[in-house]
Design a protein around this ligand. Structure first.
Ligand code: NDP
Length: 327
């Protein structure tokens, strides 16, 4: 039997998601990689337990996480049933729909049909009555935005989601969605966006839109899938994400120029008595618009290392200038 650590709420900070009632931990855990049917079930389970023991209350999924697609939700459901049943009210579980999930015209994108059916499937796989947060995973250029908004609104009205979010939308479409959600009085609270030292597009308008409209922001792939760590400094380790034949991080992404940046950032992090991964995480938290940093991990050791980032979360102006110069 798993019994959660009594001290789990003593070290984590919780931030308000925009102006909503929802508080999220400064660091959340995502199940995109390392929780699928092809992965070691017990490693995933150990990471969920350790995260929860250290105050990570928010776990992020999507219908297609695996591989195979759906298996991360299935594994998560088994672990919740077995370990976290009595802790469900202490957890914020999110899922998403919008990438290809089943064949035919309804298993993809942002129609009401896809989003509604997908959420029902996700709830079954996770063995949950409701999710705390349901996202449209990407903007659908061929479905009216109002229909996607209506589908998320329906999920809330059906009691299948408490809050809704959008992911990977441009600043302009985000603003349009915010206005529509206002019309429907839907509890739209957060945007999930790729943001890291190596991916700074949200600084070109999106963060301003979210701040001006009192919405939250959760930053995914904060380590650029592991690039922002010391892992690739002397080659590509066999078990690393970049060594996998499939996936979004490829060996070709680790260019000499990237490596030079990583090396300099790593030296700077050492000067702060931090790992580069830790520095990359707290660098994102310097923005008050960022509600939470959504990390991935492949071991309990990595998770611990990343969570320890919060032990040193302030930067001097000269450190920030140095980071800027390196980037
Ligand atoms: P990260 O950028 O945090 O990358 C995680 C990887 O970095 C790990 O698998 C590991 O690589 C390495 N790593 C993690 N911690 C450390 C550490 N302390 N020291 C050294 N290396 C470390 O995030 P992800 O790309 O995994 O994304 C996080 C979450 O964001 C996902 O699980 C998902 O929930 C969400 N997401 C959302 C998307 C969207 O479209 N909305 C898209 C992508 C992600 P290794 O495996 O090589 O050991």
């Amino acid at each position: 039997m798993y019994c959660a650590n009594d001290d789990r709420y003593t070290t984590m900070n919780y931030r308000r998601t925009g102006s909503s009632g929802l508080l999220l931990p400064e660091i959340s855990l995502g199940l995109w990689h390392n929780f699928g049917g092809v992965d070691l079930f017990e490693t995933g389970r150990a990471m969920l337990r350790r995260g929860f023991d250290r105050g990570v209350t928010h776990f992020d999924l999507a219908n297609n996480y695996g591989p195979p697609p759906g298996s991360a939700e299935e594994n998560f459901g088994k672990i919740v049933q077995h370990d976290f049943r009595s802790y469900r009210d202490e957890m914020i579980v999110s899922t998403k729909a919008g990438y290809l999930m089943w064949p035919g015209p309804y298993g993809d994108w942002g129609s009401k049909k896809n989003l509604t059916a997908s959420l029902d499937q996700s709830l079954k796989r996770m063995q949950l009555d409701y999710v705390d947060l349901f996202y449209t995973h990407r903007m659908d250029p061929n479905t009216p935005l109002e229909e996607t908004v209506q589908a998320l609104d329906l999920a809330v009205r059906q009691g299948k989601a408490l809050y809704v979010g959008i992911s990977n939308y441009s600043p302009e479409k985000t603003l349009e969605a915010i206005r529509l959600f206002e019309d429907y009085k839907t509890p739209f609270v957060i945007h999930q966006v790729k943001y890291s030292m190596f991916q700074r597009q949200p600084e070109e308008g999106l963060l301003d839109v979210l701040r001006d409209n009192a919405k939250g922001c959760i930053a995914f792939s904060p380590l650029a899938q592991g690039l922002l760590s010391d892992k690739y400094l002397s080659g590509i380790p066999e078990s690393s994400r970049a060594a996998r034949a499939t996936g979004f991080l490829q060996a070709s992404d680790i260019t000499p120029q990237r490596l030079a940046q990583i090396r300099s950032l790593n030296e700077l992090a050492k000067g702060r008595n931090q790992s580069l991964a830790q520095m990359a995480i707290v660098w994102l938290l310097r923005h008050s618009t960022i509600t939470s940093v959504l990390i991935g991990a492949s071991s309990v050791g990595q998770l611990d290392n990343s969570l320890d980032a919060l032990k040193n979360s302030t930067f001097s102006n000269s450190e920030l200038d140095e980071i800027e110069a390196i980037l």
